[in-house]
Write a protein that binds this ligand. Structure first.
Ligand code: ADQ
Length: 473
């Protein structure tokens, strides 16, 4: 039998990409990402395994080792990908958990496949986990895994972290298999959320839906205690600061400014092309400020990077059309030959190029209607060492709890967004630097490594204290 691991991560995606080398050879390499960076030390120290989907459909590659991490691919068929991932995960749960800003779609066959795929992930984890191992399950695609895994392996310490918001009871109650999802999560010893409010929604829901007792953030389930808590995720702050200070990145930032015609103000948006991110309302605020004469083309330019995302899901196709229409409208009305008002880039970029954009931008607009955290806001702050710059940030992003020195706005109020953008543009550089420094200091101590460590320590405590809870009467 293959060696087993004392630490296992279970996530929808593996942190690897398959690439073709110059001599035409297919090779795996780790994909850059905060989660893998944060967990890499823990994984290598414990001979850890990462279980997830490798991309592609059909048979999965055999397990292999890469940079000290054991990689355990889980297969998905084309139909499973459509039903479990695009359907149940991204057309049902994603919109529902984001305040139903788009109408969730409910389909029985999607739920059935979600269950089946979650069972496959749970079985893979049960197979590779050593006696008493720690298993950390990630995100909304795998909410049934904790209970399925506990059923198979009651000896394990099981943690779950939800990267997206957890909705209030009234919304959660819409979901047809709501009790099953909740019981799935309650299979954990510790359930982590981005926000305290989300953890509160969760414990209240446990009482409302299943009649379970709770004390503080601790729920009593079948004679066990399940803890809920807030663990706001963060970025690799040092790495981001290092990138921003890199002379090549600095030079590229200057070049970007020059390419944009050296305007007074560069306003930047960087998001996955997702309807939760508030891209349209940001464009609208910019258009109205141009129409009001409060901003002028040439003085101010907007750059909107919209990373391609979930392109086969209908909500996303509609959004793309709407955003591109709005960009066209603004440029049509306000642009001049060779001087567009908005530069729209539907592309992926390297971390270096993104850092150069952050360094070049005077104002960063992060205006989601709802967002678990929003790492782009944190990345921008980390890149602005000593240079100031302004962050316009939605109150509905998890990051708003921490980044209090940003220009906060309510994205549902167009005038509020316009006002925050104008204040950001008009604030004195000294004041901007002061605000940025406070936020930077926070990110230096609250980085992604600290996030992972805090969660894993809390999981240890939660699982240690797994003495039978008093039976509820
Ligand atoms: P996302 O919704 O994907 O994450 P976010 O937190 O902003 O949102 O992370 C996006 C990441 O992708 C950032 O690291 C950013 O640099 C990168 N990125 C964006 N555009 C890119 C581009 N064009 N090219 C390359 N990279 C790009 C979900 C939740 C969030 C939560 C995170 C982490 O929705 O609320 O903060 O998980 O928990």
């Amino acid at each position: 039998m293959a060696e087993r691991s004392s630490f296992v991560v279970v996530a929808n995606r593996l942190p690897v990409d398959e690439v073709t080398t110059p001599d035409g050879e297919r090779q795996w390499r780790t994909s850059p990402g905060g989660l893998v960076t944060a967990l890499h030390p823990v994984l290598t120290e414990h001979g850890g395994t990462w279980i997830g989907w490798a991309g592609g459909t059909g048979e999965a590659p055999d397990p292999f080792e890469l940079e000290g991490i054991r990689i355990h691919p889980v297969p998905l068929s084309a139909e499973e990908l459509e039903r479990y991932y695009e359907g149940q995960s991204n057309a049902t749960i994603w919109p529902l958990y984001h305040d139903a800003v788009e109408t969730p779609v409910y389909k029985r066959r999607w739920r059935e496949t979600y269950r089946l795929v979650n069972q496959r992930f749970a079985e893979a984890a049960a197979k590779v986990a050593d006696d008493g191992a720690t298993v950390w399950v990630q995100d909304y695609q795998l909410q049934l895994v904790p209970a399925m895994l506990r059923e198979l392996r009651p000896d394990l310490k099981i943690g779950f972290f939800l990267h997206i918001p957890f909705p209030p009871i009234e919304l959660f109650m819409q979901m047809p298999f709501r009790a099953e999802v909740l019981r799935g999560l309650l299979g954990s010893d510790l359930v982590g959320f981005q926000q305290r409010l989300a953890a509160q929604n969760f414990v209240r829901l446990a009482r409302h839906l299943l009649g379970l007792r709770y004390e503080g953030q601790s729920i009593q389930v079948d004679g066990r205690k399940v803890k809920a808590g807030a663990f706001p995720i963060s970025i690799d702050t040092k790495e981001m600061e290092r990138l921003a200070a890199d002379p090549k990145v600095q030079a590229r930032a200057k070049e970007i400014r020059a390419e944009l015609g050296d305007p007074k103000t560069i306003i930047l948006g960087v998001d996955r092309l997702d309807y939760t991110k508030g891209i349209e309302l940001r464009l609208k605020a910019f258009r109205e400020l141009l129409a009001d004469g409060k901003l002028k083309v040439g003085d101010a330019v907007m750059v909107q990077v919209a990373t391609p995302s979930r392109e086969r899901v209908e909500h996303y196709q509609t959004l793309r059309v709407k955003v591109e229409r709005e960009v066209g409208r603004i440029n049509g009305e306000f642009g001049r030959v060779g001087v567009p008002a908005v530069h729209y880039l539907h592309q992926s970029y390297s971390k270096q190029e993104l850092a150069a954009m952050y360094v070049a931008a005077d104002v960063m607009m992060v205006t989601p209607l709802r967002d678990g955290m929003n790492l782009v806001a944190k990345e921008y702050v980390a890149c602005r060492a000593d240079t100031g710059g302004a962050l316009v940030l939605s109150e509905f992003a998890g990051a708003a709890t921490e980044l209090r020195q940003s220009f906060l706005c309510n994205p549902h109020d167009p005038d509020g967004v316009k006002d925050a953008l104008l204040r950001a543009v008009g604030t004195e550089p000294a004041e901007l630097k002061r605000r940025m420094r406070v936020m930077q200091r926070h990110l230096r101590t609250h980085d992604v490594a600290q996030w992972a460590q805090t969660f894993l320590e809390a999981l240890e405590v939660a699982a240690e204290g797994r003495e039978p809870a008093p039976q509820s009467t």
